[in-house]
Design a binder for this molecule. Structure first.
Ligand SMILES: NC(=O)c1ccc[n+]([C@@H]2O[C@H](COP(=O)([O-])OP(=O)(O)OC[C@H]3O[C@@H](n4cnc5c(N)ncnc54)[C@H](O)[C@@H]3O)[C@@H](O)[C@H]2O)c1
Length: 268
């Protein structure tokens, strides 16, 4: 996707954090952004501020944990005459802590929102994306989709699943000769949005500024990149995991503070 002007871009979780920033940046580049969030008031605030700056935006309710809500969302988007060109699956939740002390409902809600909702929304908007001349599916996974994340078990599990889904879909579309739909998997380390407040970021994975990762994501969409891995060390995790004995890899993670980073997670 070389040009965002008049492209219809749906962003889940667009009411705060990097979703909000992506909505603002893409609207400033001429896109029509559809901000979807469970927090409709906050989504409407983002929408109004974009409109005040001369951009085009809609704010719509959508609960990624409820497939019926996502089907309703599709009807609403269509009723505005909008065919989505870029789907940014960004909404996500995390519940940190010792595995058995986190209520089971929260573990299961994590995969419902982060995985089931993401797959469902991609399915529901897939016809739109195929109809578009040049379209993108952008799935926000995480660096924790490559490594085990103690005290963030179900969150890491959900992001491993997102990477598996996203990469499989990208390869399937290639196999099937569907060249107009591009899939990008985004794997960031910790970002200073508040979602992971309390965390002690490992030295080799310093906190990412929301602006930095959003710039990289937009650059990645423009170039139809398969993966965006930030900060730099994330690019090496797969390789190191492949070549190092498991015990050595685990010890390095512990030494660098990756394994203990979530110990003091508070979130919002
Ligand atoms: N913050 C980080 O350190 C970090 C690191 C790697 C990946 N990520 C991923 O990036 C994405 C955005 O993270 P963020 O830091 O901007 O988070 P955030 O908490 O600031 O924003 C998440 C948004 O998702 C919305 N949301 C939550 N549940 C929803 C639901 N059921 N349906 C619809 N919307 C819902 C929230 O209302 C919020 O607006 C997430 O997928 C997250 O897992 C974040």
């Amino acid at each position: 996707m070389k040009n965002f002007a008049d492209k219809k871009i749906l962003i889940t979780g667009g009411a705060s954090g990097i979703g909000k920033l992506m909505a603002e940046k893409l609207a400033s580049r001429g896109a029509v952004v559809v901000i979807v969030d469970i927090n409709l008031d906050a989504a409407q605030n983002v929408c109004s501020s974009i409109k005040r700056s001369g951009g085009k935006a809609y704010a719509l309710y959508g609960d990624m944990g409820n497939v019926e809500s996502l089907k309703k969302l599709k009807s609403e988007v269509s009723s505005h005459g909008i065919n989505i060109d870029v789907l940014i699956n960004n909404a996500g939740v995390v519940f940190g802590g010792e595995f058995e002390k986190i209520p089971l409902e929260k573990h299961l809600l994590t995969s419902k929102i982060n995985v089931d909702g993401l797959i469902a929304l991609t399915y529901i908007f897939f016809d739109d994306l195929r109809k578009s001349k040049d379209s993108n599916i952008v799935n926000i996974a995480s660096a924790s989709g490559f490594v085990g994340l103690p005290y963030g078990t179900s969150y890491a599990a959900s992001k491993w699943a997102v990477i598996g889904f996203s990469e499989s879909l990208r390869l399937e579309l290639k196999e099937r000769g569907i060249s107009n739909v591009h899939v990008t998997t985004v794997c960031p380390g910790y970002i200073s949005t508040g979602m992971f407040s309390g965390v002690k970021a490992p030295l080799i994975l310093p906190w990412l500024r929301p602006e930095t990762i959003v710039e990289k994501i937009i650059y990645g969409i423009e170039r139809d990149c398969a993966f965006i891995k930030e900060p730099f060390m994330v690019k090496w995790v797969d390789f190191l995991k492949g070549v190092l004995p498991l015990g050595v890899f685990t010890s390095i993670n512990k030494f660098l503070g990756v394994s203990t980073s979530m110990t003091h997670w508070k979130g919002r």
